[in-house]
Ligand binder design. Structure first.
Ligand SMILES: [Ca+2]
Ligand SMILES: [Ca+2]
Length: 480
């Protein structure tokens, strides 16, 4: 049973065109640091950093406080993308011999125009992210930049969510970004945080500006971010802070980032995202002369302050053993289903499904379930306590123009429907849908309480559409 489920997962991953090239390899086993007093702005200004213990960063990847290391010294861009787990626009990403003065290696990463690398670490309550960065001398204003993310239900790819306040048990994130402050500073501007969490007051995230020092284009900087979760769901003692070249430049505290300590910081997004919007917002007089290029190097993610590279490697030029995404270790970030507890393929009829009819799909003679906009549902055919692992998976093929496809699951606990919205699906094609039951939430926008801790004993699929529009459903499964 377990094996069957796992094979199904691999097939799903392949269908999603993901670049998981290497088999799962366990990360070096890391231990949580002993609990210590919450840091303050005063104590943080005195931190020396764990990089001081590893001249030239040599061996830093073996420190139990270190979550992830990338020095861009090993492998091609494609191989780097595979070990991170997700890469966007690799054709814009290259290896470069531009180096910062303390660089212990010979290569950095260059991104032009748009692109990203996205990865996961084991979930932590405090994440530090140190990276070296240089902007092109003719850089323009940048739309979005490097992010740290806490995501309860991580996927290999970064999720959207712009303009949406995330539920307090699902997600929070912060970006360290250059901003022009509406044209007050020349490009790329000054560093600030661009932050999303459940208590943010504005639709489009909240900005936190530290010491207002314009970033010089063409010069390397060592930037480090700390994102520290609140210590208990009811406490507003979360922090975010940033350092530039080892000096504390921004400190913001008093955040109740999350409403459950099951939500951990677990994702790092090396993002370079550009549109023409920031040039307009900052009234850039010469956007056409801009060169949107950035270099990155010597990234270390850890549970304690890292600090800039100190000294030289004892062995001369060093090369770190590259880290890889924690998502490649099944069950490390979120419990995985160990078996299929319910399955319906419609080969013997509709089973307990109602609202539609069994038809031949045509392809391979498989039978599938066709239903109109009012929906298809299954009641009391299973009864599963909803845990982190509870996963619902099925395939859908729209005929006509079904819109607003969504799942409704009645919650006895909340006396309301929990919803999960399925994005627009291209008609005439089969699509693999998979989500965690805890992602289903009360409310039209599915931003209310989660189905977590409830019982899954019914399921309904509905959509908006005309009289002749149909959805085809097949291979419905619940994993637990
Ligand atoms: Ca390097
Ligand atoms: Ca079938």
């Amino acid at each position: 049973m377990q094996r069957q489920w796992f094979v199904g997962w691999l097939v799903f991953v392949a269908m999603g065109s993901l670049a998981f090239g290497s088999p799962a390899v366990a990360q070096p086993h890391a231990v949580q640091s002993a609990a210590s007093a919450p840091p303050s702005r005063q104590t943080a200004a005195q931190w020396k950093g764990l990089a001081a213990q590893y001249p030239g960063d040599e061996g830093i990847e073996r420190d139990p406080r270190v979550l992830f290391v990338e020095d861009f010294e090993t492998g091609s861009v494609a191989e780097i993308g595979r070990r991170w787990g997700n890469i966007r626009l690799p054709e814009n990403i290259s290896l470069s011999d531009e180096l910062h003065a303390a660089s212990p290696g010979v290569r950095s990463l260059r991104i032009r125009d748009n692109g990203h690398l996205f990865t996961h670490t084991r979930g932590v309550d405090t994440m530090f992210a140190r990276f070296y960065v240089k902007f092109h001398e003719q850089i323009g204003y940048i739309h979005h930049f490097v992010h740290l993310v806490a995501d309860r239900t991580p996927e290999p790819w970064p999720k959207g969510g712009a303009g949406e306040t995330p539920p307090g048990d699902a997600k929070f994130s912060t970006g360290i970004e250059p901003t022009g402050v509406w044209g007050k500073y020349p490009p790329p501007g000054i560093w600030n945080f661009y932050t999303y969490w459940h208590e943010m007051k504005t639709k489009w995230g909240t900005v936190f500006t530290g010491k207002e020092e314009p970033i010089e284009p063409g010069r390397w900087y060592c930037v480090e971010v700390m994102l520290r979760a609140n210590s208990a769901p009811e406490k507003a003692d979360g922090i975010q802070a940033f350092w530039v070249d080892g000096e504390l430049k921004g400190w913001f505290d008093g955040f109740r980032w999350r409403t459950t300590d099951k939500l951990k910081i677990n994702s790092f997004w090396l993002l370079f995202y550009n549109t023409d919007q920031p040039a307009r917002h900052n009234k850039d007089p010469h956007p056409e002369t801009r060169q949107m290029e950035v270099w990155f190097d010597d990234i270390v993610l850890a549970t304690e302050y890292i600090g800039p590279v100190q000294g030289r490697p004892a062995s001369g030029k060093k090369r770190a053993t590259p880290s890889q995404s924690a998502l490649m270790t099944p069950g490390l970030l979120i419990a995985e289903p160990t078996g299929v507890v319910f399955s319906e393929k419609f080969e013997q009829g509709p089973g307990k499904f109602e609202g539609g009819e069994v038809v031949e799909d045509g392809a391979g003679g498989s039978k599938v379930y066709a239903f109109p906009a009012r929906g298809a549902w299954i009641w009391n055919a299973f009864s599963q306590p909803v845990s982190e692992a509870t996963t619902i998976r099925f395939k859908l093929k729209p005929l006509g123009q079904p819109r607003d496809i969504q799942v409704l699951i009645w919650s006895g606990k909340h006396s309301d429907n929990c919803r999960y919205h399925i994005g627009p699906l291209e008609p005439g094609k089969w699509h693999a849908i998979e989500f965690r039951a805890i992602e289903a939430r009360v409310g039209w926008g599915a931003r209310g309480p989660s189905l977590e801790g409830d019982v899954l004993d019914n399921f309904k699929l509905v959509f908006a559409g005309g009289e002749d529009d149909r959805l085809l459903l097949d291979e419905f499964e619940i994993g637990q």
